[in-house]
Design a protein around this ligand. Sequence first.
Ligand code: F6R
Length: 243
Amino acid sequence: MNMKIIVAKDEKEIGCLAADIYEQLIASKPDCVLGLATGSSPLPLYAELVKRCDEGRIDFSAVRSVNLDEYRGLAPEHPQSYRRFMQENLFDKINIKRENTFVPDGLAEDADAACRAYEDNITSLGGIDLQLLGIGHDGHIGFNEPDDDFPLTTHVVTLTEMTREANERFFSCLDEVPHEAVTMGIGTVMAAKKIIMIVTGAGKADILRQLKYGEVRPELPASVLHLHPDVTVFCDEAAYSKC
Ligand code: F6R
């Protein structure tokens, strides 16, 4: 198995260990392309990246970034949009240039054309050097939900009720959670040169166990990562407790 699993004592340690990888990558390739994620899992890492930028240890001025996904129907300034999440938790706090940050357009009228353009942009940036992932309780990565096959490229998805309910905590009620999203495909993620996944909390213990021991199958989208040559999973003891 290629997938490396590192069990840290808590989220702060995960943030530091993962930030070391970013610090090294950006020092060796200042204009690298970072694939970024939203949700709770990346927050300790983003806090540590902000700290290291403040301390002058990481310079994001030439870094480019592409985000995994965005809700359909939410404007960039909507409080629950992923663009807004990225601005508030990372971009506004580091010296990355706004024009170098890309998040799928949740309002595009021609969604399929926008998805193709998003893929083309990733290609023209030179591909993703380091992709960050969380994992959903059903094994989704990005918003690639359990399915009969692995979707290859950026596309529109219908969110499962499980995923909508898991994200309800960010909205005032379930009705407000969008039903659709735009997400990078599994192929887009797998084309990244290196992948980091962060998994924290007892609530992720079952899915981490399934990921660790499960076969590669589209009903567990994250299982595809077993086929990637360079994946590191950072988890805390609670998430690892059933492994
Ligand atoms: C976020 C994303 C999702 C989350 C996953 C876990 O951009 O693509 O796949 O990584 O839903 O979410 P958290 O980290 O909130 O548990």
